[in-house]
Ligand binder design. Structure first.
Ligand SMILES: C=CC1=C(C)c2cc3[nH]c(cc4nc(cc5[nH]c(cc1n2)c(C)c5CCC(=O)O)C(CCC(=O)O)=C4C)c(C)c3C=C
Ligand SMILES: [Fe+2]
Ligand SMILES: [Fe+2]
Length: 387
């Protein structure tokens, strides 16, 4: 085989405070993040929500030095992966493609089509699959593929999720062990897995495998760790009015505090780099909640970042994928639909009769409510802090 390319997919984050508004606008413009009945509503609503959220979000980014470290860490992971693949005798070009900020996925694709690589491995830096993360990047790539005949001639394979990869589990176990060993009685410490949340409807109506993959991943990390500690799993970072996966991290912390738990190690599990939700949300907000609840010894496991065991795991993933049959984007963007409610109420991708009925009703009500809210400055979106 000739030259190999590895495309690392990630979410992206604002590099500086001025980037926060446009970054949020890009994020809320994505129908995989906010699903609206009509496409034309997406951009105006994204602009409104982003504009109103910018100040709060900027204040959070200020706490972590005025910008996200995501680009720097992802690029460092790319360099370390390149070096490790080289050590294993596999030369590869690494490309970083972010979904909502620089370097955008489109920029990575433009570069890799110039480099004339022979085979591309598409590796999302999310261990577990969600419609809102890897799924969104895969859909974008599918569109780019449709528009570009050069890409259509390129041999590629996708790694949809990789939370079972033994090296990844080893790296997570090692990072947890490091924190447990700081306590006088390591075996008595509670391990608190905090996963990024998603709206409950993603799982129950759209068939997002995210919750199941998170739960299985938690079990596998505990098995790999092989320690007797009690553990819990909760979901953080809820945004907007709808119900998200439960229990919420803040509630679970309060409950553990009420049970008399004093020693805790929090483990972020949906993401492999430090970012605002580890450095600000866990380290500052959740630490404060835990402290108030009486959990006085609060530590957090570091994200894998460029931990050598983790980088080795990424290299193994790439090498394994080159020996397996190729997986196409069209194979990983098909959702398994689970039907929970009446047929006319179920989540539908695309234009169907039942979707149209609900689209019409919701769009009319939503649009009227939005206009009233914009004129009066009062309403649901203000109430929940989105406007
Ligand atoms: C696996 C990880 C993530 C999932 C799942 C996810 C879903 C999701 N996120 C939002 C809304 C926001 N996310 C924001 C930033 C952000 N989110 C993730 C990861 C996941 N998101 C990352 C890595 C980042 C970037 C962090 C950085 O360091 O810059 C933000 C902006 C920050 C803020 O204002 O809080 C929002 C908003 C939704 C709605 C969602 C699922 C539908
Ligand atoms: Fe958040
Ligand atoms: Fe997010």
């Amino acid at each position: 085989m000739g030259s190999v390319g590895v495309l690392l997919l990630n979410l992206g984050g604002p590099d500086k405070l001025e980037d926060v508004g446009p970054f949020l606008y890009n994020l809320f413009s994505d129908p995989e993040i906010i699903r609206l009945p009509f496409r034309w509503m997406q951009k105006p609503l994204a602009w409104l929500i982003a504009t109103r959220r910018t100040k709060t979000s900027q204040a959070n980014y200020k706490y972590i030095g005025g910008g996200s470290p995501l680009r720097r860490i992802t690029e460092e992971q790319g360099e370390a992966l390149k070096a490790q693949l080289g050590n294993l005798g596999k030369e590869a070009n690494i490309y970083v493609g972010m979904r909502y900020w620089h370097p955008y996925t489109e920029e990575a694709i433009a570069q890799l089509t110039q480099d004339n690589i022979d085979k591309l491995v598409i590796l999302p830096l999310y261990p577990q699959f969600s419609i809102s993360t890897s799924g969104s990047s895969f859909r974008l790539l599918e569109q780019l593929w449709q528009q570009n005949p050069k890409l259509q001639r390129l041999e590629y394979t996708v790694i949809p999720s990789w939370y079972k990869q033994p090296g990844y589990l080893q790296a997570m176990a090692e990072l947890i062990r490091e924190q447990l060993n700081q306590f006088p009685n390591p075996d008595g410490v509670h391990i608190f897995f905090s996963a990024h949340g998603v709206p409950k409807s993603y799982v129950e109506e759209a068939g997002d495998p995210y919750q199941q993959e998170i739960e299985e991943c938690t079990q596998l990390i505990m098995q790999t760790l092989n320690r007797p500690n009690p553990h819990v799993l909760a979901y953080q970072s809820r945004v907007g009015p709808v119900e998200w996966l439960q229990p919420y991290t803040e509630d679970a912390l309060k409950e553990l505090g009420a049970q008399g738990v004093k020693d805790l190690v929090v483990v972020p599990i949906s993401f492999v780099s430090e970012h605002i939700e580890t450095l600000q949300e866990i380290d500052i907000e959740y630490r404060e909640i835990a402290e108030e609840a009486g959990i006085h010894n609060f530590r957090r496991a570091a994200a894998p970042n460029t931990h050598p065991v983790f980088i080795q795991a990424l290299a193994d993933l790439v090498i394994d994928s080159l020996t397996k049959p190729n997986l196409k984007l069209s194979q990983v963007t098909q959702m398994k639909k689970k039907v929970k409610m009446y047929p006319q109420e179920r989540w539908e991708w695309g234009l169907t009769t039942s979707a149209e009925v609900w689209n019409g009703r919701i769009a009319m009500l939503g649009f009227i409510a939005l206009i009233i809210e914009l004129i009066t400055g009062q309403g649901l979106l203000h109430l929940i802090g989105l406007l």
